[in-house]
Design a protein around this ligand. Structure first.
Ligand code: PRP
Length: 215
């Protein structure tokens, strides 16, 4: 392999914000933000290579060493538990993992609670810590519709502005955790390329603090 630092970016708006942050720290790379179908981009001077991958797959690329580092939402990190180091909070893509139910719903604990979610592990672990028996219905998206159609009683999902819940007659019943984009690192890369990685992480962290002060 070459000496390039391989970085997996989550495709989508979060990934674009993440790339802008990296670029503002001197890790820019031509073409990354172009409207094209290319997925791999290199800056030979900076020795950096970016890949666009599906947000849920970032952990896999980093765990297996196809990428040295990556940026993944804390939601996908908790749910898929990749064997990587998490070394920074980029404070982007901030939202909450929450339980929500139709307005006015109360769980009387009488029957098995039906829960729709994209995050079965997070939901299972949350309800198990409450000692509540549940039946998980795993969905791929539009989770909020499940209680409206009587498919489930409640949902466990990401809440950002709260608008999707509001517009579908649901409200948060409990917050499970705060979520944001995290910098994750392959364990071997951290051993062998620690200096390069710490330099990048340090620059990102300074830039994030500057941004926070400016606000
Ligand atoms: C996410 C999440 C909620 C929505 C929350 O969905 O699953 O549905 O955003 O955002 P809000 O609180 O600002 O309304 P996403 O847009 O990823 O689509 P999905 O339904 O396919 O999961």
């Amino acid at each position: 392999m070459d000496d390039y630092l391989n970085i997996a970016l989550p495709k989508g708006r979060l990934g674009e914000d993440v790339y802008s942050l990296f670029a503002s720290c001197g890790y820019e790379c031509d073409g990354v933000m172009d409207d094209s179908r290319r997925l791999v981009f290199e800056n030979p001077e900076r020795q950096v290579r970016y890949f666009w991958v599906k947000p849920w797959d970032v952990g896999v690329y980093v765990e297996r060493g196809a990428a040295d580092i990556g940026v993944a939402g804390k939601d996908t990190i908790i749910e898929t538990a990749p064997d990587v180091f998490e070394i920074g909070d980029l404070r982007l893509g901030r939202c909450r993992m929450a339980c929500a139910a139709p307005d006015g719903f109360t769980d009387d604990g009488g029957t098995v609670l039906r829960v729709a979610t994209k995050y079965p592990n997070i939901a299972r672990s949350y309800y198990s810590s409450m000692g509540r028996e549940i039946d998980i219905v795993k969905l791929s998206g539009s989770i909020e519709i499940a209680p409206l159609l009587g498919l489930t009683d409640v949902i466990v999902d990401i809440v950002e502005t709260g608008r999707t819940l509001r517009e579908n007659g649901l409200s948060v019943t409990d917050v499970i955790s705060d979520i944001s984009a995290r910098l994750i690192v392959n364990r071997a890369s951290y051993r062998f390329r620690g200096e390069q990685i710490r330099e990048l992480a340090g620059k990102l962290s300074s830039r994030i603090s500057e941004e926070a002060e400016r606000r």
